[in-house]
Design a protein around this ligand. Structure first.
Ligand SMILES: CSC[C@H]1O[C@H](OP(=O)(O)O)[C@H](O)[C@@H]1O
Ligand SMILES: Nc1ncnc2[nH]cnc12
Length: 290
């Protein structure tokens, strides 16, 4: 049976995790360029862990410029099985208040200036992302959050915007009132789509920092207010992460939702038409089926 290896992608305000045994920052090279930073590896309760700061230590990459493909490829190359994305977000719902966590299950992708797939000319593939997050992993995140005393909401739709500017009031109103979105951020797409292409289970924990700009009783969103909430959220996120190994266990059975078999019927390009150079770049992501 495969061994569980849990990766945490830390968003704004989360540039490391604590409590790892034998912690080591390792450099991982990928055919898609360098990941956002070195990756912190180690074990927690006997389970292998990897931590990647999405924006790099010191917050050097903007949401548009995060090397999403290199990040997911690097985690796959490290034999990660489960990815937990932890991100700051704005809330469109009164009851999802700053300081609360939301285990997101759906996304609307409004990003437009990012590479969104590992596949293309030379090897075309279409994976199913109807349910882009793994419920088994979402269950673990919810449970770990509750144990850590965090107010957590299960399920919600995350609007992924390009940024880096926040939304206009008109945009915020449309996302909230017409599109039924619950939270907004700038980074979970294409990250979630790429994790599915790489056959990784993916869950997203969105940490509410603000009410974006729609709420009549709260000021418009700005980074100073976000950072004030982020510091407390980051501590809670670290507590949540510590609960994950015991919940997920060391032995990794096949994902009951099929995340780890997403490529079974996805590649359309005929074997004799596949470009060897493209296939070489896909060694980690799609090696299982190539
Ligand atoms: C801190 S303000 C906006 C910034 O925060 C979020 O980052 P992440 O998703 O990596 O936690 C948001 O998406 C923006 O990138
Ligand atoms: N209101 C907001 N919009 C987009 N990204 C965010 N990250 C934190 N708050 C946000």
């Amino acid at each position: 049976m495969a061994q569980t290896k849990i990766a945490v992608i830390g968003g704004s305000g989360i540039y490391d995790i604590d409590g790892l045994e034998t912690p080591q920052w390792v450099t991982v090279e990928t055919p898609w360029g360098a990941p956002s930073d070195q990756i912190l590896t180690g074990t927690l309760d006997g389970i292998e862990m990897a931590f990647l700061p999405r924006h790099g230590r010191g917050h050097v990459h903007s949401p548009t410029e995060v090397p999403y493909r290199a990040n997911i490829d690097a985690l796959k190359r490290l034999r990660v099985t489960d990815v937990i994305s932890v991100s700051a977000c704005g809330s469109f719902r009164e009851h999802m208040a700053p300081g609360d966590f939301v285990v997101v299950d759906q996304f609307i992708d409004r990003t437009f200036a990012r590479e969104k797939s590992f596949f293309g000319t030379g090897c075309v593939a279409h994976v199913n992302v109807a349910h882009p997050t793994c419920p088994r992993l979402g269950d673990a995140c919810e449970s770990a959050a509750r144990t850590a005393g965090i107010t957590v909401h299960r399920d919600g739709t995350y609007l992924a915007m390009e940024g880096p500017q926040f939304s206009t009031l008109a945009e915020s109103t449309i996302y909230r009132e017409q599109w039924g979105c619950d939270v907004i951020g700038m980074t979970n797409m294409p990250e979630a789509k790429l994790a599915r292409e790489a056959e990784l289970c993916y869950a997203s924990v969105a940490m509410v920092t603000d009410y974006d700009s729609w709420h009549p009783d709260h000021g418009e969103v700005d980074v100073t207010a976000i950072i004030a909430t982020l510091t407390g959220n980051a501590e809670k996120a670290r507590a949540l992460v510590k609960g994950l190994p015991a919940l997920l266990g060391a032995d990794r059975a096949p994902c009951p939702h099929g995340c780890d078999r997403a490529l079974d019927h996805a590649i359309l390009t005929a074997p004799e038409k596949r470009d060897p150079q493209v296939l070489a770049k896909l060694d980690a992501v799609a090696g299982r089926v190539l």
